[in-house]
Design a protein around this ligand. Structure first.
Ligand code: ATP
Ligand code: MG
Length: 435
């Protein structure tokens, strides 16, 4: 009895291995029976393997079984490697044996051969099948590398990974965009941001923390860059100001992009995406300059208003790469963003922009409790609701700063995808709660 265990992914087989026997496993991509010879293409995570069946050399029963395979069935094939320049990877397998592990039903819910383009909704409904396409699973291979490199970079800079609660009693910013949940006899919410917790950690002595975790926002609007459940990459650093964490952020973007560019060449090729590693430091433009540029493009923004999407796009097109917007009006930034000590109208908050969207928001934070309470009241928040947070500021809280980056938006930047749902396995949006 021979052992039925995969010995190689298709991508690991080279023509130099001619003569040796291997076991491959995967999905039936294609069956072509030309009479005297038949071809079966098997697809696995690393590529494709052509199995060639010369009818005279392969036992009749096996040839029969292989040529009647239903597309997308899962099989294991034992075969001998033979050089062939016409086949994918320059090799083919002459089968000795085959085992059907799972037969596919027909018709398929969508085409995976790349011949027919399905609507995004159809694809997301059958995500498991959509992901069988190399240009789709490439996105999630890149995601894995990108998040690993985020961790590598932050760890190399002395950051400690934490996880904070997702079920909470109070809103981070008092907004209404929260999902309520029932928590025994109380009302609770799904957290919209780890902001308050990571700031509390600044009073813990751990100094530099990061979290990669879900955030939930009950935003009603349906855009190509918002989800209702998203993954946020958050950091907070004690004894640091806004400039320190802006430097960290641009260096991290540079590091992640460079490593994805180096480590994910075949995935980027599958996506037909030419990834450009951005140079650092990124340009810093003032809020005032940004609204001027927007104005030049016909998008009028009054000082003190948020920059609308059209304005962001106009500035993004003009600059063409990552840039920071700094010197925001204090009144439109959250209560925890520190006003410039010399000019309280302006804030030590910043946004990191990708030409097509906001990638990150951050700030040096208010660390003095009096000012924090005052800013809460100014924004109609009741400090009493935030006692658990404010307590951390009463017994020794160092100055600190931090930011949050949307992981999906980072992935949009790395893959060139224009719709955030493309880079999310199972997106949660206004219309989508399953799968
Ligand atoms: P936007 O203005 O684009 O709606 P925001 O300013 O409301 O974003 P922040 O609260 O600043 O978002 O959150 C920090 C980062 O988290 C954003 O820059 C973005 O990358 C990401 N993010 C925020 N909300 C969402 C969302 N609904 N879906 C996906 N990513 C999000
Ligand atoms: Mg923001």
């Amino acid at each position: 009895m021979k052992d039925w265990r995969r010995t190689h992914y298709s991508g690991e087989i080279t023509p130099e291995m001619e003569g040796s026997e291997v076991v491959v496993a995967g999905w039936i991509h294609e069956v072509r029976d030309l009479g005297g010879v038949a071809f079966v293409v098997l697809r696995d995570r690393e590529g494709k393997a052509q199995i060639t069946i010369p009818k005279k050399k392969v036992p009749e029963e096996l040839a029969e079984k292989m040529t009647s395979l239903v597309r997308e069935s899962v099989v294991m094939v034992r075969g001998n490697i033979q050089k062939d320049e016409r086949a994918p990877g320059n090799f083919e397998l002459i089968p000795n044996d085959m085992k059907i592990l799972s037969e596919s039903k027909t018709p398929l819910p969508m085409d995976v051969s790349g011949k027919v383009n399905a609507e995004l909704d159809t694809r997301l409904n059958s995500r498991y099948m959509d992901l069988r396409k190399p240009e789709i699973n490439a996105i999630f291979k890149i995601r894995s590398v990108a998040l690993t490199e985020v961790r590598n970079y932050l760890e190399s800079q002395g950051y400690i990974e934490i996880t904070t609660p997702k079920m909470v009693a109070t809103a981070t910013e008092g907004g209404t965009d929260l999902f309520p949940i029932s928590y025994f006899e109380k009302e609770a919410f799904l957290n919209q941001s780890p902001q308050l917790f990571k700031q509390i950690m600044m009073a813990s002595g751990l100094d530099k923390v990061y979290e990669i975790g879900p955030i939930f926002r009950a935003e009603e609007h349906d855009t190509n860059r918002h989800l209702n459940e998203s993954i946020s990459i958050d950091i907070e650093s004690a004894f640091s100001d806004h400039n320190d964490v802006m430097k960290l952020l641009e260096e991290m973007i540079h590091h992640v992009t460079k490593n994805v560019e180096e480590r994910c060449q075949s995935e980027l090729r599958a996506l037909e995406h030419n990834l450009i590693v951005p140079e650092t430091p990124f340009e810093r433009i003032k809020y005032e300059e940004a609204i001027d540029i927007a104005g030049d493009h016909g998008v009028e923004v009054v000082w003190g208003d948020d920059i609308p999407t059209a304005g962001e796009k106009a500035v993004g097109e003009e600059i063409g790469t990552y840039y920071y917007i700094v010197d925001w009006p204090s009144e439109i930034k959250p209560f925890y963003a520190l006003p410039e000590p010399e000019n309280q109208e302006l804030s030590r908050a910043f946004d990191l922009m990708h030409p097509r969207f906001e990638l990150s928001s951050g700030a040096q934070r208010v660390h003095k409790i009096k000012l924090l309470e005052k800013r809460m009241l100014n924004q109609d928040l009741d400090p009493e609701d935030f006692e658990f947070y404010l307590n951390a500021f009463r017994y020794g809280m160092p100055p600190h700063a931090g930011w949050g980056v949307g992981a999906e938006r980072l992935l949009m930047a790395l893959t060139g995808k224009k719709n955030i749902r493309e880079v999310t396995l199972f997106p949660r949006d206004r219309n989508r709660l399953t799968p």
